[in-house]
Design a protein around this ligand. Structure first.
Ligand code: XMP
Length: 319
């Protein structure tokens, strides 16, 4: 009879005996897996763990603040917060192709992370939130079609130039077990049940060229959408939901004036495995409230559309 508190204690013991007095570094993304890994390893070895959180300028509203609140202030985890947003946005300038954007964001992340990791003189271990389905996937047991359609860049996949040993304490766990472990470690329900967020972040939700101005508009529209889903109880009933920025302008009216502003699309899907997905039948009253709030509160957006495409043939992300 296996239970999570026992698993947690065993995992803590294993981490302690493996790591000894070495230093460990971990790339914290704010996602469920790296967050649970960080909380577990911190419980085991405390200040021997240093997390690196990279702000790539493509995060959601207040995301960096939330990660720092949870890990640095509440849990007392050592977290280096690197604001690399200008670097990322500079490198993305003029680039419109989705795959090229992914490559640039992935490469830039590795550079920033390695630069920070090199400063931690005694680091011997690289910790990652690899979970069991990732292990199966990279062993080639399953060929996931998504990977041939879009190249995925996660925090993992760092090249071996740091010469660090890998510490992957979640390797045996499925997603639901990772969530349970997160709760057992005292992480909040909201953190542990967050929708997935792609590694390239808003970079693939701003169609075409990424600009700071677009990212700001999208962050605000997306925050309104998610807030309304949470307060209406629809967040838990969807698997993934987000806003997408369309860099086209359309005409609108506001007061006695004409506007000529950008469009956002809302996407909300229900899925078991993210390989296929249905769009969610959100109530019209909810959609109306979200749309009204976005056009009233986000100066620069005057039109909101709802994505009614399934996967296939559409993908969940727009890029
Ligand atoms: P698609 O758009 O392929 O998305 O239907 C399926 C799931 O994968 C996520 N996704 C990504 N995750 N890096 C990631 O870490 C990526 O480049 C990437 N592209 C898509 C997407 O958010 C959805 O959950």
């Amino acid at each position: 009879d296996w239970n999570m508190p026992d698993f947690m204690e065993e995992a803590i013991g294993r981490i302690r005996s493996e790591v000894g007095t070495d230093e460990v570094i971990l790339g914290l993304s704010g996602g469920v897996d790296s967050s649970v890994a960080a909380a577990l390893i911190h419980r085991a070895i405390g200040k021997q763990l240093t997390c690196v959180f990279v702000d790539n300028g493509l995060l959601r509203l207040n995301e960096a603040g939330q990660v720092m609140d949870t890990f640095s202030r509440s849990l007392g985890v050592k977290v280096i917060h690197v604001d690399a947003s200008e670097d990322f946005l500079d490198h993305l300038q003029g680039v419109a192709d989705p795959e090229q954007k992914r490559r640039i964001i992935g490469r830039e992340f590795v550079e920033v992370f390695q630069r920070e990791a090199a400063k931690i003189a005694n680091a011997r271990w690289l910790a990652q939130g690899t979970i069991y389905p990732d292990v199966i996937e990279s062993a080639g047991g399953k060929t996931k079609k998504a990977h041939t359609i879009k190249s995925h860049h996660n925090v993992g996949g760092l090249p071996d130039t740091l010469h660090l040993k890998l510490l992957e304490p979640l390797r045996e766990l499925f997603k639901d077990e990772v969530r349970e472990l997160g709760l057992t470690l005292g992480l909040s329900h909201d953190m542990v049940y967050r929708h997935p967020f792609p590694g390239p972040g808003l970079g693939v939700r701003i169609l075409g060229e990424v600009k700071y101005e677009y990212a700001e508009l999208l962050r605000h529209a997306d925050a309104i959408f998610i807030e309304e889903l949470r307060t209406s109880g629809w967040y838990e009933k969807t698997s993934q939901a987000f806003a997408v920025f369309l860099p086209v302008k359309s005409v609108g009216v506001m007061g006695d004036g004409r506007t000529y502003e950008y469009v956002v699309a809302l996407r909300a899907v229900k899925t078991e495995d993210f390989m296929t997905a249905h769009w969610v039948e959100l109530p019209y009253t909810l959609l109306a409230r979200i749309s009204n709030r976005i056009v009233n509160e986000v100066r620069g957006i005057n039109r909101v559309v709802y994505d009614i495409s399934g996967k296939p043939p559409a993908t969940i992300e727009w890029e």
